[in-house]
Design a protein around this ligand. Structure first.
Ligand code: 5AD
Length: 375
């Protein structure tokens, strides 16, 4: 009976919140498989079987924020803080260039200062010179002013990731301190600014947070659709012992359930938003050693080998049990180990822009032209 209902919902052009809640509640293997298969079919049809690479540089773990879930929050005194030297950033960029990754992500804690803004601008320019403008660069450096985002865009960063963490404002409040540094509306405004400037914009959230419901998760999916997002990075919440949210660990779903819920969210996201880029995030591997590969099989099309020099790596722990299975020097073994990659191929040499972004921009341009003609 439920199988027929699942098939019917999957074949609709789009799904309501109620439909999504219904689909998120399945743990039965055969029923889940129906949903995974639909996601795979859509992925093949709309974006093909290429997995794009993004070399990840965890540039600095210095962070002004105090998010209750995050291992590098300002108040965690157990962390040794670092910022990678320019020379090491350039070495990592050169590695990505030489190994044909075609794309880089520069990620850091949130630092708001003129010096930081200038530093990122300067690194962007140096990377582009060194790699002959051949790398697409994504930044993930938190909430910044419109002016800073614009400066970085002009310096050659054309993609930006800023997770909303939870689209439910009241849940957002529960997992962040209640002050102006951690304000949901400001974060949302930052996402709009990124869009206004012309970035390919990515966002996402954590799955399996304490007190999060399947209704919240359905809303998270609808938020991505409503915002018309180009790229998504989302993953399971994984507790970190040196954070306040660790106190709520007994309220969590089991790791197995959180993992399955995350995979289901990947599948439903692909079914709802057919042509966006979806990263297979590292946190998946913290719950299941095959997590990222499974997500790539079912729905995602972006893999981020870590390029952070190993001497810094151990201090960039956002959650416990951070896997290091995919440091860049192990990529070749990784591909070899998961040889089949479920019929997908690695897109060496391909920047892999979000197809959704191009369609969105094209639509915007034609609408503006049409409005001009009519007025
Ligand atoms: N579990 C899972 N993801 C986390 N992040 C931070 N802390 C955790 C955690 N404990 C995610 C947040 C942040 C991104 C860099 O890492 O979503 O935006």
């Amino acid at each position: 009976m439920s199988k027929n209902k699942i098939i019917k919902i999957l074949n609709q052009a789009s799904r309501t919140k109620e439909d999504l809640v219904y689909l998120l509640s399945f743990y039965d293997k055969d029923e889940r498989q129906l949903i995974y298969d639909k996601s795979k079919e859509i992925r093949r049809k709309y974006i093909g079987n290429t997995i794009y690479l993004r070399g990840l540089i965890e540039y600095s773990n210095i962070c002004a924020k105090d998010c209750f879930y995050c291992g590098i929050r300002a108040n965690n005194k157990e962390v040794t803080r670092f910022t990678i030297s320019d020379a090491d950033v350039l070495k990592s960029a050169e590695y990505a260039y030489k190994h044909n990754y075609a794309s880089l992500v520069l990620q850091s804690g949130e630092i708001i200062s003129k010096a930081f803004t200038k530093k990122i601008t300067s690194l962007l320019k140096q990377i582009h010179i060194l790699t002959k403008n051949s790398l697409a660069i994504t930044l993930s450096c938190g909430e910044q002013s419109l002016k800073t985002y614009k400066e970085w865009y002009d310096a050659g960063a054309h993609r930006y990731l800023l997770r909303i963490e939870s689209s439910n404002k009241s849940l957002y409040k529960q997992i962040h301190p209640n002050n102006s540094k951690h304000n949901f509306d400001k974060r949302l405004a930052a996402l709009y600014n990124l869009k206004k400037i012309g970035y390919q914009v990515g966002t996402g959230f954590m799955i399996g947070l304490p007190k999060q419901t399947v209704e919240d998760l359905a809303d998270d999916l609808l938020f991505l659709k409503e915002f018309n997002i180009d790229m998504v990075g989302m993953g399971p919440y994984v507790e970190h012992i040196d954070t306040p949210l660790y106190a709520s660990r007994n309220e969590l779903l089991s790791q197995e359930k959180r993992y399955l819920l995350t995979l289901m969210m990947y599948a439903l996201l692909r079914i709802e938003m057919k042509d966006i880029n979806v990263a297979s995030t590292t946190a998946l591997d913290a719950l299941n050693p095959n997590g990222r590969v499974e997500a790539l099989d079912i729905a995602s099309n972006v893999l981020m080998p870590n390029l952070t020099p190993l001497k810094y790596n151990e201090n960039y722990h956002l959650y416990n049990n951070k896997p290091d299975s995919l440091h860049a020097d192990k990529l070749v073994q990784y591909i070899e180990k998961h040889k089949h990659l479920h019929g997908n191929k690695i897109g060496f040499g391909e920047q892999g822009s979000s197809q959704h972004f191009y369609k969105r921009i094209h639509l915007k341009r034609t609408t503006i032209a049409k409005n001009k003609k009519e007025s």
